[in-house]
Design a protein around this ligand. Structure first.
Ligand SMILES: Nc1ncnc2c1ncn2[C@@H]1O[C@H](COP(=O)(O)OP(=O)(O)OP(=O)(O)O)[C@@H](O)[C@H]1O
Ligand SMILES: [Mg+2]
Length: 332
């Protein structure tokens, strides 16, 4: 098959003036694109690089691809930005990998996502949403303490720093006000779950299956650990990864149940990565799901997890592609 690759490179997107320093954090590198190209070619397909933005629009109209492997993050700070490329592909009736626009839009919005998973019985930290309109009326003393404060529709730990964990209730207001200004979107104030950090890989459809459960272990043990932007940028020095996670069997079973439940309730497709924190009483709390999880061959959590389990990059990408192609009878 002739398979197009849609992606947004850090080098091709401009942040614009006044944007926060991490504005381009979610965008990909050419290393990821080349690794995906090689993995898809290893399955016997021809790969056409379609790029992102206006370049993608031009290329997808002219290159006549049979299918698109999509990792495009989309442009702007819109909460539906990840839906941009898949929406164009649906308009042109070109089949593609991964979640559809509706799922991508919901999952980038942590507030909507948490409402849906909570309704399905998946534990998630208590939360409030503060936006430019309601900020005047917030009862700051009624917010959870300690609190965790983050932008509501970001990923790649954008806006999540060492100061996102707020132990002093007096500090919540200034931090929320600063985030509202910097990220131009509502802010989520959550109950802070101090405990193990795990991330879960899921691949496939009907039924989706667990790739693995990976624990993120800070080198310097402390109950205030946050898998923040600073840590993700310096992960080789600051954390170790343990997969399979050495946790008790009941907790592992619950994590598996909740990760698969979240994948299904949110109608993810082909692959996803789901993040949890485990409280002192052993409850895994759902933080968020990434239907467009990073696929960098060195640094992405899903790939690190696969490697620790002995699963090669090309095989993992192959199984995502296979799951996607199976959804389209006409692609066989
Ligand atoms: N309520 C919480 N309690 C404890 N820690 C939290 C909470 N919310 C977020 N964190 C910490 O912040 C990290 C990043 O949060 P989150 O996963 O919501 O952000 P993200 O930017 O969507 O992440 P990703 O890079 O996976 O896309 C978590 O992995 C966790 O360490
Ligand atoms: Mg996360």
């Amino acid at each position: 098959m002739k398979i197009g690759l849609s992606y947004d490179l850090k080098d091709s997107v401009s942040a614009g003036s006044g944007q926060p320093e991490d504005a381009l954090e979610e965008y990909d590198s050419i290393e990821t694109v080349d690794a995906l190209k090689a993995a898809i070619e290893a399955k016997g397909h021809t790969v056409v690089k379609l790029g992102g933005g206006r370049e993608f629009l031009k290329q997808v109209l002219s290159k006549k691809v049979d299918f698109v492997f999509n990792i495009s993050e989309g442009l702007g700070s819109y909460r539906s930005r990840e839906a941009q490329a898949p929406s164009v592909l649906e308009m042109l009736d070109i089949p593609y990998s991964g979640a559809d626009p509706q799922c991508l839009t919901v999952c980038l919005d942590k507030h909507l996502t948490k409402k849906l998973v909570a309704f399905a019985g998946v534990p998630t930290p208590k939360w409030s949403v503060i936006d430019h309109d309601n900020v005047k009326y917030v009862d700051w003393a009624a917010l959870p303490s300690p609190a965790f404060v983050k932008p509501v529709w970001e990923g790649s730990s954008k806006g999540i720093r060492f100061n996102s964990l707020v132990r002093d209730p007096e500090q919540i207001k200034p931090i929320v006000t600063q985030l509202l200004k910097q990220y131009c979107q509502p802010v989520l104030v959550e109950e802070f779950i101090s405990g193990e950090e795990v991330t879960v890989g899921v691949v496939g459809n009907n039924p989706p299956k667990l790739v693995g459960i990976m624990r993120v272990v800070p080198r310097q043990q402390n109950s205030d650990f946050v898998y923040s932007l600073e840590v993700k940028r310096d992960y080789l020095k600051l954390v170790d990864y343990e997969c399979p996670a050495k946790l008790n069997k009941t907790i592992l079973k619950d994590i598996e149940k909740y990760a698969l439940k979240a994948f299904q309730v949110l109608e993810c497709r082909d692959f996803s990565r789901v993040d949890f924190r485990i409280s002192a009483d052993g409850t895994p709390y759902f933080l968020e799901i990434n239907p467009l999880a990073g696929l960098n061959p060195r640094s992405s959590d899903l790939i690190i997890m696969a490697k620790l389990l002995g699963l090669a990059y090309n095989d993992l990408i192959g199984s995502i592609l296979e799951a996607a192609l199976k959804r389209y009878p006409k692609c066989h």
